[in-house]
Design a protein around this ligand. Structure first.
Ligand SMILES: [Zn+2]
Length: 245
């Protein structure tokens, strides 16, 4: 299945928290998007593997993605090595995305930075014909290199290279985040469990505040920020948001 956009996150919910507005935007424009979770988030303090699968499926439905796959790498202990790169290359060649949204290259959780580098490495190596991989049916795969890797911002603030207006889809984006009822504060779910860094109302407030702050930089209500190691090219000035700031 060929995708236009593939969002990759190391923990189920990374994508929702950081770049789901951009995914909804693209799906609404008729683009085909998918999500790959690298791990099952099995080290998370709250919830179980089963509850996280159910939550991830619910969020995927809200976002309107065509596919969501879990590569079942080991939460906390996966490495950016040949074995994991080949596993990811196989997935990239299966979905042939033009653009990949990836974890931040440096963040509070060490998994995020390690995943950000693993994804960038795999995207590059996936374009080398002499690296041979097979699809799930044992057929050889063609090389494929995504044109852009955009690293979304997670816990730590980094100065973004690109800001995308998500004002029109912000409510839907927060619905997708709140699908993770065991992870985040949700008055209706009444989920009990030990409080964590991300389960307080304050954390969700900070998610909204971040989007608001990004939006302010480009003169809209809400935005998501991305870092690109490659320079971003646009076809013409129509791509610019013409808002006086
Ligand atoms: Zn995470």
């Amino acid at each position: 299945m060929k995708l236009d956009l593939l969002a990759i996150g190391v923990h189920p919910d990374d994508v929702e928290l950081s770049c789901s507005g951009t995914i909804i935007n693209e799906v609404k424009r008729g683009k085909k998007a998918g999500i790959i979770d690298l791990t099952q988030g099995e080290l998370g303090t709250r919830g179980t593997i089963q509850t996280r699968y159910a939550e991830a499926a619910k969020a995927a439905e809200i976002l309107g993605v065509s596919v969501r796959e879990n590569l079942k790498m080991r939460d906390g202990f996966f490495r950016n090595d040949e074995e994991h790169q080949l596993q990811l290359i196989q997935a990239i060649r299966t979905y042939q995305p033009e653009v990949v949204l990836a974890n931040a290259l440096q963040d509070r959780h060490p998994d995020h930075g390690r995943a950000g580098h693993l994804i960038a490495t795999a995207c590059f190596l996936s374009g080398l014909a002499k690296i041979e991989t097979k699809d799930k049916n044992g057929q050889p795969q063609a090389k494929w290199r995504p044109k852009y890797i955009l690293h979304y911002l997670q816990d730590w603030y980094h100065e973004p290279d690109l800001l995308i207006d998500i004002s029109d889809v912000f409510e839907q984006r927060m619905e997708a985040v709140k699908a993770y009822t065991t992870q985040f504060f949700n008055q209706e779910s009444g989920h009990e469990g030990p409080q964590t860094y991300i389960s307080t109302p304050d954390f969700l407030d900070s998610v909204v505040g971040r989007a608001r702050m990004m939006g302010k930089r480009i003169g809209v209500k809400y935005a998501e920020g991305f870092i690109s190691e490659k320079k971003i090219g646009i076809r013409n000035l129509d791509a610019l948001l013409l808002v006086e700031t």
